[in-house]
Design a protein around this ligand. Structure first.
Ligand SMILES: Nc1ncnc2c1ncn2[C@@H]1O[C@H](COP(=O)(O)OP(=O)(O)OP(=O)(O)O)[C@@H](O)[C@H]1O
Ligand SMILES: Nc1nc2c(ncn2[C@@H]2O[C@H](COP(=O)(O)O)[C@@H](O)[C@H]2O)c(=O)[nH]1
Length: 205
């Protein structure tokens, strides 16, 4: 028996740890069905990024309007740009009993935890800080200054690891995917058991 609302799964962790890479690998697997919540941002698109697929690219004015209209479940300013989760997609999809997957930074994840304590919060951790640096440098998308800023924030974010339900190391993409799949499967089982038990109790009244 499945609980009626879908699961909200939040993958978070420092810039460059591999959240996007792991998420893409996870979404290619056939035995797990998650719905990705596309974020809004004021960051300029990187080469190859598509509006509406990777992000909804917005001006600062447009983004601030979304904030004013309560259109965002959470939002944060990260290294000079706004990032936020459009609330409508998340609510509608969960309501349809489907799982929603957010890939967001730590300030935003903590806001979601307040609004949705029943969500599943996963911190993706790097094998080491030097590996994190070599990944973000190796990606080749950021200037030296932005890399330094992101690495400074990364240390603060790693200190927040304790606030999450799970910590998954991203040593190898395939292994990190398997770990996340195991978490999602076990969370479904746990919730189904609780929901079944609750129904039995209330029907017996
Ligand atoms: N397990 C891994 N081993 C080695 N390299 C990896 C691994 N996972 C990701 N990478 C590489 O690290 C770089 C950063 O990955 P990615 O862009 O997915 O990180 P991210 O956490 O989504 O970053 P951001 O938060 O800045 O968007 C990429 O070049 C990617 O190919
Ligand atoms: N709080 C939020 N953070 C988000 C959201 N979408 C993405 N992000 C995170 O921002 C940083 C930088 O992203 P980049 O694409 O510029 O490298 C990274 O940690 C993303 O996960 C969001 O909606 N809210």
């Amino acid at each position: 028996m499945r609980s009626e609302r879908g699961l909200l799964i939040v993958l978070s962790g420092p810039s460059g740890v591999g959240k996007g890479t792991v998420r893409k690998a996870l979404f290619e697997q056939e035995d797990i069905h998650l719905n990705y919540s596309v974020s809004a941002t004021t960051r300029k698109p990187r080469e190859g990024e598509v509006n509406g697929v990777d992000y909804f690219f917005k001006t600062r004015e447009e983004f601030e309007e979304m904030i004013q209209n309560n259109g965002l479940l959470e939002w944060a300013e990260f290294v000079g740009n706004y990032y936020g989760t459009p609330v409508e997609y998340v609510e509608q999809t969960l309501q349809q009993g489907k799982d929603v997957f957010l890939e967001i930074e730590v300030q935003g994840a903590l806001q979601v935890k307040k609004a949705f304590p029943e969500g599943v919060f996963i911190f993706l951790a790097p094998p080491s800080l030097s590996e994190l640096k070599s990944r973000i440098v190796g990606r080749g998308t950021e200037t030296e200054e932005v890399i330094q800023n992101r690495l400074t924030i990364a240390k603060e974010e790693i200190d927040m690891m304790d606030a999450y339900d799970y910590v998954v190391e991203n040593d190898e993409v395939a292994l990190a995917c398997e770990r996340i799949k195991a978490i999602v499967t076990s969370e479904h089982c746990r919730r189904d058991r609780v929901s079944k038990y609750y129904k039995q109790m209330t029907e017996a009244e």
